[in-house]
Write a protein that binds this ligand. Structure first.
Ligand code: AMP
Ligand code: MG
Length: 284
């Protein structure tokens, strides 16, 4: 691997508003990257170290009172690899600095509240990287596809989400939204594997097969999300996910860029360094 193999930064090649319709998107592609799997894996190992350094900087600043944080929102159909991103990209940094939350079907308690209630409770504290495995976007995905609330209600949610995310960024949280896009065939192959391997049964949910019948409706719901909620302060990235090595590398790059943009420095000592050196030297 001579050069890095990125021909264009991921934040440009994968930005939702630069892509055509999601229905025509190729989940096998690797936009902006002309390397192969071996290149991608080697680069991820290297870039992971940089990510870990940046995460430590963020954490150190958080310990010193900096309120800034990063929130990575992961969306995608079942089997798209959201959990793999959490393990393989989240796993590159110190777990102490992460705040990972998965959002499943709302509990009765959650349903009794506004849809953003459970989201607010899970936001990362200063110095942390929050990762959402599913998010408030579920409230315009299955909820929209199946009209789990009336259309008049879910229609209002796009604006509510934009307002929420704008406030979030104004309060110092950098928001990155990634939609992992797997093809229908690849999903079938991955579901088949779940049914063939006892160590994968736990991931299988019979309802996932029912949802396949609504594939096009989900794509439409994703398109509406990109059309209405891809903003410069909370951008959407579309991540082709048939090749896991690529989706992991791409998300790692997006996180590195987000953290790098904070332009962090090591926090200054809140003690007199020379004085402490002298005290230490004089101690037994
Ligand atoms: P998993 O991510 O495989 O654990 O599955 C979680 C399930 O919860 C998925 O089928 C989601 O679509 C569903 N889910 C998550 N949030 C919501 C929501 N707000 N409304 C309806 N279903 C949801
Ligand atoms: Mg599932």
């Amino acid at each position: 691997m001579g050069k890095s193999a990125w021909t264009q930064p991921a934040r440009e090649s994968l930005r939702a508003n630069r892509l055509g319709p999601i229905a025509a998107f190729d989940p096998e592609s690797t936009p902006g990257f002309d390397g192969d799997k071996a290149d991608g894996e080697a680069l991820l190992a290297e870039r992971g170290e940089h990510l870990a350094d940046l995460q430590e900087l963020l954490y150190a600043n958080g310990r010193s009172g900096d309120r800034r944080s990063v929130l990575l929102i992961l969306q995608g159909m079942d089997t798209a690899g959201k959990g793999g991103i959490v393990r393989h990209v989240g796993g590159l940094v110190d777990p102490q600095g992460l705040a990972i939350t998965g959002f499943g079907k709302p509990t009765p308690d959650e349903l009794a509240h506004d849809f953003l209630w459970r989201i607010h409770k899970a936001l990362p504290a200063g110095g942390r990287i929050g990762i959402f495995d599913r998010s408030h976007y579920e409230d315009v995905l299955p909820v929209r596809v199946h009209n789990l609330v009336p259309q008049a209600e879910w229609e209002t949610r796009y604006d509510l989400i934009n307002t929420f995310e704008r406030e979030l960024t104004e309060q110092g949280t950098t928001v990155i939204k990634c939609a992992l896009v797997v093809s229908k065939d690849e999903q079938k192959a991955r579901l088949t594997e779940r049914l063939e391997r006892p160590d994968k049964y736990w991931k299988f949910n019979p309802g996932d097969i029912d949802e396949r019948a609504y594939w096009d409706a989900y794509l439409e719901a994703y398109q509406a999300i990109f059309d209405r909620t891809d903003t410069d302060n909370a951008p959407w990235y579309v991540i082709p996910a048939n090749r896991k090595w690529f989706s992991r590398l791409a998300v790692c790059e997006l996180l590195i860029h987000a953290l790098g943009s904070l332009d962090l420095d090591w926090p200054a000592a809140d003690f007199d360094v020379e004085e402490q050196k002298a005290r230490l030297a004089a101690s037994e």
